[in-house]
Design a protein around this ligand. Structure first.
Ligand code: AMP
Length: 286
C-alpha cells in the first residue's frame, strides 16, 4: 500500500492506472476509521481493480464553532486498517495541498444544501461538495462509495454528479451500527459512558417510527411527534431536528409514501449525532 501526500505523486499513480484501463474505486473519508468506513472499502475492493482511500479532515465543511481542531485523528491506526484491507493507495494530503493560499472556488447544490443538517450547519455541504469534486478530479474514479449514514450527503452528491455531468458513479452503501444499534461514527469517541448509553435514543426513536409504520400509521406528523416525545424524555439529549422528508427533494412530507427519509440530529451532551432510516417502495431500508 502506497501513501501519498502530494498532487504530483497522486496524479502519476492515477495516470498509470488509467493507461492500463484499471477500474478505480474511491472511498473519501476524514479518517479515524471504523467498520462503517471499512464496509465501503470492502465494497470498493470487491467491485474495482484498484482502491484509493483519501483521509482528509476538510476544514471547509466545519463551522467556526465546530470541532475541526479536535476532530479525532489516528493516521497510524488508519494506515494499519487500510493495509489489512488490501487498499492500493491512500491519499493523505495536508490542508495547504488541497487549499493553497488564495483558494477561491466553491461548489453549491442549491436548496438541498439548506435543508436538514444544512440548516444548523450553514456552509457544511458547500465544503463537502467542493472537496469531493476536487478529489473526484484528482482521483478520476469510476465509482465512489458513500455511506447512507450521511443520507443528505449522498443525495446532494448524486445531484452534483448529475448536474455537472461528472463521469463517476456514486454507490451508496448501508449504514453500519454498533452491536447495540448506535450508528458508528468517528464522533462517538467524544461520548462519556453515560452519554454513550443516552445516545441509543436516536436508534430507539427510529425503531419507534418503524413500529408505528408497520402498525399502519401513515401520517408523518404523528410519527414525528412520537419520536420527539421519546427523545425529549432522555435528559442528556437535545434535538437539533427530526424530519420526515422526500428522499429526493428533502421536502417535508405529510404522508408516508414510497420514497421517504426519516432523519434526525440530536445533541448528546456537546456531541451532535445523526441517524436515519429510509423507506423505499414501501420497504424499510437500514
Ligand atoms: P467521514 O469520515 O465521517 O467523512 O465518512 C466517510 C464515509 O464513510 C462517508 O461516506 C460516510 O457516510 C461513511 N460512513 C461513516 N459512518 C458510517 C456508518 N456508520 N455506516 C456506513 N457508512 C459510514
Amino acid at each position: 500500500m502506497e501513501i501519498v501526500s502530494t498532487l504530483t505523486e497522486l496524479q502519476k499513480r492515477i495516470h498509470t492506472w488509467k493507461k492500463q484501463g484499471q477500474k478505480i474505486g474511491f472511498v473519501p473519508t476524514m479518517g479515524f476509521l471504523h467498520e462503517g468506513h471499512l464496509s465501503l472499502v470492502r465494497e470498493s475492493k470487491r467491485r474495482s481493480d484498484v482502491t484509493v482511500v483519501s483521509i482528509f479532515v476538510n476544514p471547509k465543511q466545519f463551522g467556526p464553532a465546530e470541532d475541526y481542531q479536535v476532530y479525532p485523528r489516528d493516521p497510524e491506526r488508519d494506515r494499519a486498517l487500510l493495509e489489512r484491507e488490501g487498499v492500493e493507495l491512500v491519499f493523505y494530503p495536508p490542508v495547504e495541498v488541497m487549499y493553497p493560499e488564495g483558494y477561491k472556488t466553491y461548489v453549491e447544490v442549491e436548496d438541498l444544501q439548506d435543508k436538514l443538517c444544512g440548516k444548523s450547519r450553514p456552509g457544511h455541504f458547500r465544503g463537502v461538495c467542493t472537496v469531493v469534486l476536487k478529489l473526484f478530479n484528482l482521483v478520476q474514479p469510476d465509482e465512489a462509495y458513500f455511506g447512507w449514514k450521511d443520507a443528505q450527503q449522498v443525495i446532494i452528491l448524486q445531484k452534483m454528479v448529475e448536474d455537472l455531468n461528472l463521469p463517476v458513479k456514486i454507490v451508496p452503501l448501508p449504514l453500519v451500527r454498533d452491536h447495540d444499534g448506535l450508528a458508528l461514527s468517528s464522533r462517538n469517541t467524544y461520548l462519556s459512558p453515560e452519554e454513550r448509553r443516552a445516545a441509543l435514543v436516536l436508534k430507539k426513536s427510529l425503531d419507534l417510527a418503524e413500529k408505528l409504520m408497520v402498525e399502519g400509521e401513515r401520517e408523518a406528523g404523528r410519527i414525528r411527534e412520537k419520536m420527539i416525545e421519546l427523545i425529549s424524555a432522555e435528559p442528556l439529549a437535545r434535538i437539533d431536528y427530526v424530519e420526515i422528508v422526500d428522499l429526493k427533494t428533502l421536502e417535508r412530507l405529510e404522508t408516508i409514501g414510497d420514497q421517504v427519509l426519516i432523519a434526525l440530529a440530536v445533541f448528546i451532551g456537546r456531541t451532535r449525532l445523526i441517524d436515519n432510516l429510509r423507506i423505499v417502495s414501501g420497504g424499510i431500508e437500514k
